[in-house]
Write a protein that binds this ligand. Structure first.
Ligand code: COA
Length: 258
């Protein structure tokens, strides 16, 4: 049985993690299913953007499934972190369609790490976020030490990780961890409205922007140089011709993503 609910709404694929009894904790099976769902959405021409959320009103994802790894040795732990980063967390970040996290409740440990891999985060006002791993005697292993420092600043990352404390949705907005905070009943609508807004633009250019922004955070890659290359490549696309022709002839652009 699948741990996900997948539905296409307009041009947005909504992927819901559906283990509400376990507060949508990420077990191995769910990570593999999520990875496949993201790859399928990326390959599906009908999908322009993706929303990731959790089932129920309580949790987005309450972390990696603690019951699966509590007896692991060092090698198994290394495989768990590396496997997860490669299969899911880096995959989400590098997906060439915008992925929006709709954080509908607890986003803890691997749950916050998953939300931080997404390109945009919208939280409901009841959401609580944290990286409580040190309270279990371990540290975040799905990119949390890196992405929290990138998004919220190094000082906030040191404090949140060492105290293992949770912050509210408003506090998360204040430190740049989430883009917007809305009432839970408006969460998906707000995410869909962002998706609709970006769907008017060139999918090809958005993919280039995702690659260029991510390039600045990659070891040994110069983000400014990547931007120059991506900018130049845009001039070879049908979307660029369509976008500039449409502007000059005062009509709405009809992008094909080619
Ligand atoms: N892994 C596995 N199971 C989890 C889980 C996780 N990360 N988070 C919650 N669950 C399970 C609980 O074990 C419980 O299962 P049970 O009913 O079979 O006993 C169920 O989800 C409900 O959780 P519960 O703890 O009873 O809910 P609560 O409202 O009392 O507390 C939290 C909510 C989020 C504060 C609490 O579940 C929690 O601290 N979870 C772990 C968070 C964490 O440390 N994540 C990082 C993991 S690396």
């Amino acid at each position: 049985m699948s741990n996900l609910i997948i539905e296409l709404q307009g041009k947005t694929q909504i992927i819901t993690i559906n283990r509400p009894d376990k507060l949508n904790a990420l077990n191995k099976e769910t990570i593999a299913e999520l990875s496949n769902a993201i790859k399928e959405a990326e390959q599906n021409d009908e999908v322009i953007s993706i929303i990731l959320t959790g089932a129920g009103e309580k949790a987005f994802v309450a972390g990696a499934d603690i019951s699966e790894f509590h007896e692991f040795n060092r090698e198994q732990a290394k495989d768990l972190a590396k496997g997860g980063q490669d299969t899911l967390f880096d995959l989400v970040e590098n997906t060439e369609k915008i992925v929006i996290a709709a954080i509908n409740g607890f986003a803890l440990g691997g749950g916050l790490e998953l939300a931080m891999s997404c390109h945009i985060r919208v939280a409901s006002s009841n959401a609580r976020m944290g990286l409580p791993e040190v309270s279990l005697g371990v540290i975040p292993g799905y990119g949390g030490t890196q992405r929290l420092a990138q998004l919220a600043g190094k000082g906030k990352a040191f404090e949140m990780i060492s105290t293992a404390s949770m912050i509210t949705a408003d506090e998360a907005k204040e430190c740049g961890l989430v883009n917007h905070v809305v009432e839970q009943s408006d969460l998906i609508e707000r995410c869909l409205s962002i998706a609709t807004q970006l769907q008017k633009n060139s999918p090809r250019a958005i993919a280039a922007a995702i690659r260029a922004i991510n390039a600045g955070y990659k070891e040994g890659v110069n983000g400014f140089e990547s931007e120059i290359d991506e900018f130049a490549d845009c001039f070879t696309t049908q979307d660029f011709k369509e976008g500039t022709d449409a502007f000059l002839s005062k009509r709405k652009a009809n992008f094909t993503g080619k």
